[in-house]
Design a protein around this ligand. Structure first.
Ligand code: GLN
Length: 253
């Protein structure tokens, strides 16, 4: 059986810093290696899409000015139908600025209130001091409680926003190194249904192939049924590099 998936890439023009586009390339390549067709649809200001026909979504980070350009369009044009698709199990990854706009709002450090679509029960407040550096999160990729399995994710963060969680979402994980969502409570990211948001640039997915495959498997199973499996790839080198980096970072923490 040949599988086909569709990925919506939200606002790639305005929301793509620190190589976040590499996440989409990673998903494309990991699909290609397995003979899965991944169609990428870029979504800009004014574009419409049928979210129920989408299997994956990616929303990268952006500067406050980039977020201001698209926040209103994102809320009005995509908000309701994207929220329905997320509730229905759309596999989504949002980084930093994109993550913030899935919450209720982002109050920037200059006092501008950017509306979010509110599908994640989080809100973000900008601070003067940016939270910058390497970050390691011990993550539970699903909402399951207690966690089914934990995995360490490594990345790089650079944000002024401090994100606080409400009761309707579960933190993606615990920060082992770095600032995480707000630099105060040790929360690193959010998981809600099959959607994940966090502050890890990197790009995140090339450095953490287990997360890339987690998203692909969720998308495939939602479309083609729960018995679908993902043929393994040889990630030995990447996983060794990831392990070495995490070990080195935690040793110097
Ligand atoms: N502009 C947002 C902030 O500074 C998001 C930054 C980012 O996406 N890296 O918090």
């Amino acid at each position: 059986m040949s599988y086909q998936l569709t990925l919506a890439h939200l606002y790639p023009e305005q929301m793509n810093i620190y190589g976040d586009r590499g996440n989409v390339i990673t998903l494309q390549q990991r699909c290609a290696w397995r003979g899965i067709e991944l169609h990428v649809t870029p979504l800009g200001v004014g574009d419409a899409i049928d979210w129920m026909a989408c299997d994956l979504a990616f929303f990268g980070g952006g500067q406050d000015s980039g977020q201001a350009l698209i926040a209103e369009d994102f809320l009005r044009r995509q908000g309701e139908s994207l929220a329905r698709a997320i509730e229905d199990g759309l596999a989504l990854l949002a980084i930093c600025g994109g993550y913030q706009l899935l919450g209720h709002y982002f109050l920037t450090h200059t006092g501008e209130k950017l509306p979010g679509v509110g599908v994640f029960d989080i809100h973000t407040v900008g601070g003067k001091k940016r939270l910058i550096g390497n970050i390691v999160v011990e993550a539970n990729l699903t909402e399951a409680e207690p966690p089914v399995s934990k995995t360490r994710l490594v990345g790089f963060e650079n944000h002024s926003g401090r994100t606080y969680h409400g009761p309707r979402v579960r933190p993606l994980g615990r920060v082992l190194l770095g600032h995480g969502d707000n630099g105060e409570d040790g929360c690193g990211g959010t998981v809600f249904r099959n959607s994940i948001g966090c502050y890890l640039h990197g790009s995140l997915l090339p450095k953490n192939p287990q997360l890339a495959d987690h998203l692909l498997l969720l998308a495939l199973r939602r479309r083609y049924g729960s018995s679908v499996t993902l043929p393994p790839l040889d990630d030995t080198l990447e996983l060794q590099a990831q392990h070495a980096m995490v070990t080195r970072l935690l040793r110097h923490a």
